[in-house]
Ligand binder design. Structure first.
Ligand SMILES: Cc1ncc(COP(=O)(O)O)c(C=O)c1O
Length: 475
């Protein structure tokens, strides 16, 4: 008969833990020597990997060999200090330790009475976020899997509060630069694309409040019910911060919910000296943060804060006879504030990171990322043939290559080629976007591992490749 034992003896668990920890630490100790973008043209490999479920168990080491030698290297190295692509974060080591603890002890943290002290840790962290965003004590929050689900929770709360059953009359507003997760979340929340208005942006890629006002008026005139504006505190394309005070004031006047998607930028609000860059954020009805970006936590941790916490609760709370009683005001009860019942323990990742580092170190790291972006942008803007389309509003800038006589198509192609050639050098990874009618290269500094050395390399590699590309084009 097949052995039915699934528990390992303590000494085996210790040995396996050591084996895994050795691999992870070796990986992190050499992270800056590893290519910033692995070989991802791996279709043949992926096809060859398909396999039936194993009938017999195997040893751990060969599995770790495959993971660490074959599969992990064939990725975008999002943990690399040279990762300046998309929106980085890096993934701090305390997050990994927290995952081991959370999965190891496997307690039930979706419901307060089942693990009150553990849930309290998560409540504490949400409260820290609330204080850093300068939201009132009435605010409540939720850890989600990411910014997308945080946006979803905010949209559902706004919809419940502002529309009730009248879903089809409701219209919402975002900008042409808003992250696509917002439109997707709207659709999931029952707000279909014909009720979502994309407002044009100004020359700094910020939503135009005058056009927003006109769009709201037009929908009112058409008998519709404007209910929500989603602005961005740092767009993914160019890092633009929408005019939050003007949009907030308009929402207050018109009775609309103002949600700020701060998945990229809200964490800069931890630094008092940077708060003016995000003026208006503390007055929003809700904000999305993404600890797996600006708080450098490993992937799988987003967060939402809702100013009127009761709106978040009202959208999600349920009861059942087999469940413990829902908690009242005093103690936070996660399942009443989000769609999940059984869930992991995301709060532990953030809690352990802040307890180990302290908030002061986080603020220093965030301020340093912005300073590094300013330095990089200043030096890149000074290069020949570079046009800076979007100087950093936070820690992201975007630019293109241009030279006399070049057509738009030639400039776009050269800018695309620049990204590819810089990234192929293996030290820094930069990506691009289509914005303002052209293709832009972008540099986003937000990995905690990115320091001055990577910025110097980034500038040097952009300078070298841009010079070569333009010289060839003009020859
Ligand atoms: C501005 C913005 N909003 C939302 C998201 C979605 O967040 P997530 O990928 O954590 O779901 C992103 C992701 O990059 C983003 O940059």
């Amino acid at each position: 008969m097949t052995d039915a034992t699934l528990e390992f003896p303590p000494e085996t668990m210790r040995r396996m833990g050591d084996q895994v920890m050795r691999r992870v630490v070796d990986h992190l100790a050499t992270i800056d020597e590893q290519p910033v973008r692995g070989d991802v043209d791996a279709t043949a490999l992926c096809r060859a990997m398909r396999e039936p479920a194993p009938e017999e168990g195997s040893a751990l080491e060969p599995l770790l060999d495959a993971l660490f030698d074959e599969w992990i290297p064939r990725t975008f190295n999002t943990a690399s200090p040279g990762y300046l692509a998309y929106i980085p974060g890096g993934g701090v080591f305390p997050g990994a330790l927290a995952d081991l603890i959370a999965s190891g002890v496997n307690r039930y943290t979706g419901v307060w009475p089942t693990a009150p002290a553990l849930v309290q840790l998560e409540a504490n962290v949400l409260d820290w976020l609330r204080e850093w965003m300068q939201f009132p004590a009435t605010a409540r929050g939720l850890f989600t899997t990411g910014g997308s689900m945080a946006n979803f929770a905010a949209i559902v709360s706004a919809r419940e509060r502002k529309l009730g059953a009248e879903l089809r009359r409701g219209t919402m507003y975002l900008s042409t630069q808003t992250h696509h997760s917002v439109g997707k979340a709207a659709r999931l929340a029952g707000i279909l694309p014909d009720r979502v208005r994309a407002i044009e942006v100004d020359s700094a890629f910020r939503m135009r409040a005058d056009l927003l006002s006109q769009a709201i008026a037009a929908d009112h005139a058409a008998g519709l019910q404007p209910f929500l504006v989603v602005s961005s505190a740092g767009t993914t394309n160019t890092g633009a911060v929408d005019p939050l005070p003007a949009i907030g004031a308009l929402c207050a006047r018109e009775g609309l919910w103002h949600h700020v998607d701060g998945a990229y930028g809200a964490s800069f609000h931890l630094c008092p000296e940077l708060r003016p860059l995000l003026a208006g954020l503390p007055q929003a009805d809700s904000v999305t943060l993404d600890p797996h970006k600006g708080l450098f936590i490993p992937y799988g941790t987003g967060a939402v804060l809702v100013r009127d916490g009761e709106a978040l609760r009202a959208a999600h709370a349920e009861t059942a006879s087999y469940m413990p009683e829902n908690q009242g005001e005093e103690f936070y009860d996660p399942h009443q504030y989000g769609p999940d019942l059984s869930r992991g323990f995301p709060g532990l990742r953030v809690w352990l990171a802040f307890k180990l580092y302290g908030a002061a170190r986080y603020r220093a790291a965030l301020a340093e990322k912005r300073a590094l972006a300013l330095d990089a942008a200043r030096r890149v803007a000074a290069l020949p043939h570079v046009v800076m389309d979007a100087p950093p509003q936070l820690s992201l800038f975007a630019f293109h290559l241009e030279w006399p006589g070049a057509t738009l198509a030639e400039q776009d192609a050269a800018t695309r080629e620049l990204l590819e050639r810089v990234t192929r050098r293996g030290k820094v990874f930069i990506t691009g976007c289509q914005a303002g009618g052209r293709f832009l290269a972008r540099v986003c500094v937000l990995s905690f591992r990115t320091r001055q050395a990577q910025i110097d390399t980034c500038v040097e590699h952009i300078a070298g490749e841009a010079g070569a590309i333009v010289a060839r084009a003009r020859a």
